[in-house]
Ligand binder design. Structure first.
Ligand SMILES: *Cc1c(COP(=O)(O)O)cnc(C)c1O
Length: 343
């Protein structure tokens, strides 16, 4: 039996909470050096580090759970390893080896095992691998030195008492350029989206829906989650396809669950904004909330309402949410290779 930390598991919120151990590795002299576990939550870097001057950074986000049988597992971490590898390459950073990523993940979760929230609490251990340019640069170029860290923190469910629909608004800003960095998980995309997010929040909306930056005709994603829609007859799930959105692992999993477990048809294609009123359900998907049902999308004063609006999530959304969280917690049989057992 693992020894649980003494935390109020039901009231964790989604905030930073330093745990005992984090993994740290440095890249210098042209290669990744041997990493180690550290008890130091502080980072000391040069004043001219590439991250501070030109924002060379990328990250990932995934979770560890205690399942119904008491196993500690992660959900499809191989896809996070791969996405971080691709992001790093795009940002001219030395990619962290994928097999090493999984090794380090296991080591970091095990070192903090007492922080993995108990089954039934609705909470999970959030894992944040990230990597940044630590070497000094002043002329614009990729740094010669980098730091990779993997930190963890216990977090509560995004929505207490089940997923409640939210209202969002169509943004007049863009989150990514047509041939820009929208498809990689880089902090710089988030720096860009904060202005729009604050604007939405000040008007009482939970998030933004961004349109495609080239034509402002198609649906892209929100600041940190992909979209899916359910048709009026509840038979088809439609999800936007675009080169400037982040390939969400939750969205890819929902597509599989919809098609292979719930018997829905799936269409991954460009979705016109003008089509939205034909759909009966809308959801945002990402690791943090799994699914946030969207009840209302406000388009410059006009409300597009899905199903019962903010009252409750639609039946397909509920089924998707229950199936996916059931897979993560071991109460629903997982597709081959989705559950990575750590302890
Ligand atoms: C991380 C992220 C998502 C969600 O991806 P998951 O793999 O499902 O967590 C969606 N959009 C953006 C912009 C993201 O950064």
């Amino acid at each position: 039996m693992r020894e649980l930390k003494d935390l109020d598991w039901k009231n964790l919120g989604f905030i930073y909470r330093p745990c005992d151990w984090r993994y740290v590795a440095e890249y210098k002299e042209g290669k990744w050096q041997e990493g180690h576990m550290s008890d130091d939550p502080e980072v000391r870097i040069n004043e001219c580090a590439g991250i501070l001057q030109y924002c060379q950074e990328c990250f990932e986000g995934l979770k560890a759970y205690e399942t119904v049988n008491g196993d500690i597992v992660c959900f499809r971490p191989d896809l996070n390893a791969e996405r971080m590898y691709n992001t790093a390459k795009y940002l001219c950073m030395p990619p962290f080896p994928k097999d090493k990523f999984l090794e380090v993940l296991e080591e970091t979760v095990k070192a903090n095992i007492g922080y993995v929230p108990p089954y039934g609490s609705g909470a999970s251990l959030y894992i944040r691998p990230y990597m940044f340019a630590s070497g000094p640069v002043i002329g614009v170029k990729p740094s010669d030195e980098y730091i990779f860290r993997m930190i963890v923190m216990p977090v509560g469910p995004y929505y207490k008492g089940g997923a409640k629909p939210v209202a969002i608004m169509v943004s007049d800003f863009d989150r990514a350029a047509p041939k820009g960095s929208g498809h990689v998980k880089a902090g710089l995309n988030y720096a860009m989206s904060m202005h729009a997010h604050e604007e939405a929040a000040s008007r009482g909306y939970a998030d933004n829906l961004f349109l495609d930056p080239a034509e402002r005709k198609y649906v892209e994603e929100s600041g940190g989650a992909n979209f899916y829609f359910i048709t009026e007859d509840k038979k088809t799930l439609v999800t936007p396809k675009s080169d400037s959105i982040l390939p969400s692992i939750t969205r890819r999993s929902i597509v599989y669950v919809a098609e292979h477990m719930l018997g829905l048809k799936v269409e991954e294609r460009k979705v016109e904004f003008a089509e939205l009123e034909n759909f009966s359900e809308c959801g945002m998907c990402g690791t943090a909330a799994v699914i946030s049902p969207v009840g209302v999308i406000n388009d410059h004063g006009r409300d597009i309402v899905f199903g019962k609006g903010l009252e409750e999530a639609g039946p397909v959304t509920k089924k998707l949410y229950d199936t996916l969280t059931g897979i993560q917690l071991g109460t629903v049989e997982a597709p081959e290779g989705w559950i990575y057992k750590i302890a």
